[in-house]
Design a protein around this ligand. Sequence first.
Ligand code: ATP
Ligand code: MG
Length: 512
Amino acid sequence: MSDIGGKSSSAASGQSGFGRQLDTFREVRRNLEASILPLATSVDGRRFSFQASLYGLELQVGSYVVLEGGGSPCLGQVLTLELDRQPVTELTLPGGAAGAAGARTEVQIQYARGEGAVLEGDGAPFHNVLVRVASGPEVRAWLQRSERGYAKLQLGELTLVAGAPCTADASGFDRHTFLCGQSGSGKTYSLGVILERLLIETDLRMVVLDPNSDFVRLGQVRVGADPTLAARYQEAARGVAVYSAGAPAGRRLRLHAAEIDPAMQAALLRLDPVNDREEYAELADLLASENPPTLGALTGSDHPAAHRLGLRVRSLGVDRFSIWAPSESGSVLDAVRDQGIRCVVVDLGSLPTREEQALIAGAVLGDLWRRRQEHAPILIVIDEAHNVCPAEPSDQLVAMAAEHATRIAAEGRKFGLYLLVSTQRPQKIPENVLSQADNLVLMRLNSLADAAFAQGAFSFVPPSLIERSVTFRQGEGLIAGKISPHPALLRFGARISQEGGADVPATWAAAR
Ligand SMILES: Nc1ncnc2c1ncn2[C@@H]1O[C@H](COP(=O)(O)OP(=O)(O)OP(=O)(O)O)[C@@H](O)[C@H]1O
Ligand SMILES: [Mg+2]
């Protein structure tokens, strides 16, 4: 309890008794709030809690801080920060002008309270040590000290530390990675940054399922790219092979009917094993025969079931798909299998129908899974995963692609099949794909509901950091997991290669 009757400016200017009381009250509260020291305590030397004044508060969720005053200084990161209030004292306010008795009241003070993780320290507990924002050089020095023996991917800069690089640990891509953000948040752009850096810094092979033709120029350096990076990239980009519908024969996106597994053939022809058992059996026989007829030849068959199959092929328009190329040898699956090709971009966006896109995506994923025993590491990149392997598939073909992705998510890692899946909302892809991801790259989310969903799936990432995603600007993100031993807020750096389908320019909205 304190008894304070200090002078205030309003008292001096002859303000009313009530006004003076209010001024005194405010002054006391301000002085108390401003005098709160930024102090941290840790009982285990790994996590700490702290308090700080709200006046001149520099700490933010994600900030890097120095904890000093105990033993050797530690570097830490703020993981939660919230407003707290407490009654700290009772005041006797000055009386009125006519000598009325002063009023007694309680002072509630507000301050910041939070928790954090020690990133570098001696592991000893500490109590009431000073906590302050770490300087750029301090963070950069720590980043250098903590480098492990693996390739580093420079993705951009730390959002909260001007000039400090944000690097990902390349070895972390031996886990599945989930990239999420609302439309326009910069997922595809940032995915391009990740792929470019992987191409430069590692030997990891990759296949990119590209529904929007966004990566068709991944092999081409953009004008104005950083010259040093561009020179290194030029070399790596030679390994990028883009397969598109309209490309010349060697790079045409095609498939042979015989390469598609029977279940997918049946799904393509919308055959039900029970209701269409005759045709289903005929199809199975044909596929098992030594020289399966071409799809078009079926209609001419004397065999009634084969003939019916042929009619089905024709009425579904399957024989008119652009992906068949009976006269050409080789297919996109050969490219994916070819260890000599570093990066295969499967330009699904160039295909005219959804069925063809689903068929190729399913065939690639199915083939990778079938060949899993080869233990050949490959990063399977799926942009727009809500179209390629959605949580709620629109038909049987898409469902099969989603099943393959789910199986790879569950069991692929030990065979060297690593997923990098990008989508707009976490609930749009199969739950089992999401739950198997050990790395998170999070861009702006458009609702706290989506952030809450992501928090459920990525319990190893501090929830308040995920929550920050609703405030991210375009190109800003959060990376966490094995690729980033501490969760880092970053601004993605510039692309080296050209973007494929950049956003339509909004020239129609220019000021007149
Ligand atoms: N870090 C960045 N620097 C410069 N431009 C960027 C950056 N990130 C995104 N952009 C630009 O913003 C636009 C939208 O980005 P992008 O296509 O990557 O969004 P997206 O999240 O993939 O959206 P969608 O879900 O609709 O595909 C693009 O024109 C891209 O060039
Ligand atoms: Mg995109």
